[in-house]
Design a protein around this ligand. Structure first.
Ligand SMILES: Cc1cc2nc3c(=O)[nH]c(=O)nc-3n(C[C@H](O)[C@H](O)[C@H](O)COP(=O)(O)OP(=O)(O)OC[C@H]3O[C@@H](n4cnc5c(N)ncnc54)[C@H](O)[C@@H]3O)c2cc1C
Length: 512
C-alpha cells in the first residue's frame, strides 16, 4: 500500500475546508474529497431565476473586524483566505404573539445592548453586568481545558475558573433565574436558543452565553457574496499551496489496516486512496456505516447509540419583485413565536425566523428586488408519517404557505403578491444534500451528558481509531459556522504539530 497523501479530508463543509486549508498551508500534501460538484456543504449558494440565494447562513458569530478581530476573522486571516465581510449591528427583533407577548429590538455592543434591554425589562442593568462578569472567564477556561487535553488540574479549575465551574453544569434558564431575571427577561434573553437547537431549560448556560456575548460584542457578520464566498476563499488557500480538492468524489468506504488504524478511503465505489491521516467532516454514524463492521470500536458504537441527533430545518427562500423598502421590512433578523417560553416553542415547533439579506447587503439581489429567508426548526419526527413522493410537494407547499401567511400577518407585509421565485427545503432536503442522519444540520444534540463541556472533557477518550480525526458541526464545540471552522483549524493544527519532523524534512529538501 502506497500513501499518496499526508492528509485526506472527507467532506468539504466548513470544518473540512478549514482543516484542509490549515494542513495544506503548512505544507502537508492534502486531498479534500467532496461528493458534490461544489464546496461548502451548508456554506454554499444556489440560483433560481435571477436570484442567488444564501442556503443557510443567517449570522456568523465570533468574527469581529480588523480593529477587534475574533476567532473566525483570525482563522481566515492566518490562512490568507480573503473575505469581504459585511456586518449587522442590531442583534435581533423578537416578536412573541401570544399572552405575555412582546416586540423587542435589541442592539449589539455591550452598552447599547444593556440600554436597549432596559427599555423592555427595566431594572435589568445590574443583572446583565453580573451575567457578563460570570461569562468573562468562559473562553479562557475552555482554552485551558483543551490545552490540558481534557484533563485540567482540579485546583486550577476551582480557584481560577470557579465561575465557569459554577455555571458549567446548569441550564440557561437556571442561571438567568438565579441571577434574578424575571420571566419576561429570561424569555427574551433565551431568544437565540434556536441557533443551538436546544431549549433554554436544557441548554448549557456557559455554551449559550459564550455565543450570545460574541453576538453582543461583535455583532453578526456575513460575507458579501453568500457563504459560497467563504468556501471558495478556503478552496483557494488549499489549491494555492499545491494541495487538491476533488469534487464528485463521494467516499464510499473508509479503509483500515489489520490493527484497525485508518489508512485510506475508497471513492465512488472504485478508486482507493491512501494517506497518513484521515479527517472526517462527516458524522461518526456515517463513517461507521461506511466502514467494515470489525473496524468500528465498541466505544464508537456505544456513543452512536447513546447520542441524539440535532435538529433540522424547514426553510423557505423567496425572491421578491420589489425592494425591501417597497415591501416595508426594516429588519435583518426577526424571531417570531406563539409562546414566549423556549421549551414550548421547541415542543410545538412554534418559532421561526425571517431574514432579509438586503438589509445588510443592499445589492445581494438584482436591482428592484429583495430576498426573504424563512427558517423554522424541525425534526424528522415532525414530518407526517405518511409522507411519500406523491404528497411531499403538497406538504412542502402547505407548510411554506402557513409560514408566509403568518409572517405577512405579524409583520404587516404583502409578501405573496411579490413572489417571483420560491424554493423550499425540508429535513429530507438536508438529509439528501448533506448526507446527515435524520437531516440534522447541527450534528448531535447538545444536551445532558453530551454537551460542550462533556464533549471537550471526553475528546481524547472518544478518539478510538488511530489516525482517524473528526471536524465540523458534529464535533466537540457543537454546531455553527464559527465552531466548524474552529474545529477544522484545531485538528489541522494538531496534525501540523504531529508531522513537524516531516515538514522540516520537506523544507530541507526544497532548499537542496
Ligand atoms: C438552514 C440553515 C441555517 C443555518 N444558519 C446558521 C447560522 O445562521 N449561523 C451558523 O453559524 N450556522 C448556521 N447553520 C448551521 C451551519 O451551517 C452548520 O453547523 C455548519 O455549516 C456545519 O458545517 P460542517 O463542517 O459540519 O459541514 P457540513 O455543512 O455538514 O458539510 C459536510 C460536507 O460533507 C460532504 N459529504 C457528506 N458525505 C460525504 C461523502 N461520503 N463523501 C464526500 N463528501 C461527503 C457534504 O456534501 C458536505 O459538503 C445553518 C444551517 C442550515 C441548514
Amino acid at each position: 500500500m502506497h500513501t499518496q497523501y499526508d492528509v485526506i479530508v472527507v467532506g468539504a463543509g466548513n470544518g473540512g475546508l478549514a482543516c484542509a486549508a490549515t494542513t495544506a498551508k503548512a505544507g502537508l500534501k492534502t486531498l479534500l474529497l467532496e461528493k458534490h460538484n461544489l464546496p461548502g456543504g451548508c456554506a454554499s449558494s444556489f440560483v433560481r431565476g435571477r436570484f442567488e440565494f444564501e442556503p443557510s447562513l443567517h449570522e456568523l458569530c465570533m468574527v469581529g473586524d480588523e480593529e477587534k478581530p475574533d476567532l473566525v476573522y483570525n482563522i481566515f486571516k492566518e490562512l490568507g483566505a480573503e473575505v469581504n465581510w459585511c456586518y449587522e449591528r442590531n442583534l435581533f427583533r423578537a416578536i412573541c404573539k401570544g399572552p405575555g407577548g412582546y416586540d423587542v429590538t435589541l442592539k449589539a455592543g455591550k452598552q447599547q445592548f444593556i440600554e436597549s434591554f432596559e427599555q423592555y425589562c427595566p431594572g435589568s442593568r445590574e443583572k446583565l453586568e453580573n451575567l457578563f462578569k460570570l461569562q468573562q472567564t468562559d473562553n479562557e477556561a475552555i482554552e485551558y481545558i483543551y490545552k490540558m487535553k481534557g484533563k485540567p488540574n482540579a485546583l486550577v479549575m476551582a480557584f481560577k475558573y470557579g465561575d465557569f465551574m459554577r455555571m458549567a453544569s446548569h441550564s440557561v434558564k437556571e442561571v438567568l433565574e438565579e441571577l434574578g431575571f424575571d420571566e419576561k427577561a429570561v424569555n427574551i434573553l433565551s431568544t437565540y436558543w434556536g441557533y443551538l437547537g436546544v431549549p433554554a431549560d436544557e441548554l448549557s448556560a456557559f455554551h449559550y452565553f459564550n455565543m450570545m456575548t460574541t453576538y453582543i460584542n461583535d455583532g453578526a457578520a456575513m460575507p458579501k457574496d453568500r457563504s459560497h464566498e467563504l468556501s471558495l476563499a478556503l478552496v483557494k488557500v488549499i489549491e494555492d499551496h499545491g494541495s487538491s480538492v476533488w469534487y464528485n468524489a463521494e467516499v464510499t468506504q473508509f479503509l483500515y489496516d489489520e490493527e484497525g488504524k485508518a489508512i485510506g478511503v475508497e471513492i465512488n465505489h472504485r478508486q482507493k486512496l491512501y494517506a497518513k491521516e484521515i479527517v472526517s467532516n462527516i458524522m461518526p454514524n456515517r463513517v461507521a456505516n461506511l466502514s467494515k463492521e470489525q473496524y468500528v470500536p465498541e466505544r464508537t458504537r456505544k456513543l452512536m447509540n447513546a447520542r441524539k441527533f440535532g435538529i433540522s430545518t424547514f426553510t423557505v427562500y423567496l425572491g421578491l419583485d420589489c425592494t425591501r423598502e417597497q415591501l416595508g421590512f426594516d429588519d435583518y433578523t426577526v424571531f417570531i413565536s406563539e409562546d414566549p417560553d423556549s421549551r414550548r416553542q421547541y415542543d410545538t415547533k412554534g418559532m421561526y425566523i425571517v431574514n432579509c439579506l438586503n438589509k445588510v447587503i443592499e445589492d445581494s439581489s438584482p436591482e428592484g428586488t429583495c430576498t426573504l429567508f424563512i427558517t423554522a426548526l424541525l425534526e424528522d419526527s415532525d414530518l407526517p408519517e405518511d409522507l411519500d413522493e406523491y404528497n411531499y410537494e403538497k406538504y412542502k407547499t402547505d407548510m411554506a404557505e402557513k409560514y408566509i401567511v403568518d409572517a405577512e400577518k405579524v409583520l404587516g407585509l404583502k409578501i405573496r403578491e411579490h413572489i417571483e421565485e420560491i424554493e423550499i427545503a425540508t429535513p429530507v432536503t438536508m438529509a439528501r444534500y448533506l448526507g446527515t442522519p435524520a437531516g440534522t444540520i447541527y450534528g448531535y444534540r447538545l444536551s445532558d451528558w453530551d454537551n460542550l463541556m462533556a464533549r471537550t472533557a471526553a475528546e481524547q477518550a472518544d478518539i478510538t481509531v488511530p489516525n482517524l480525526n473528526y471536524v465540523g458541526g458534529h464535533y466537540i464545540r457543537g454546531d455553527g459556522y464559527n465552531v466548524a471552522y474552529y474545529t477544522g483549524n484545531l485538528i489541522g493544527g494538531r496534525l501540523v504539530t504531529k508531522y513537524s519532523d516531516l515538514l522540516s524534512a520537506k523544507k530541507e529538501q526544497e532548499v537542496e
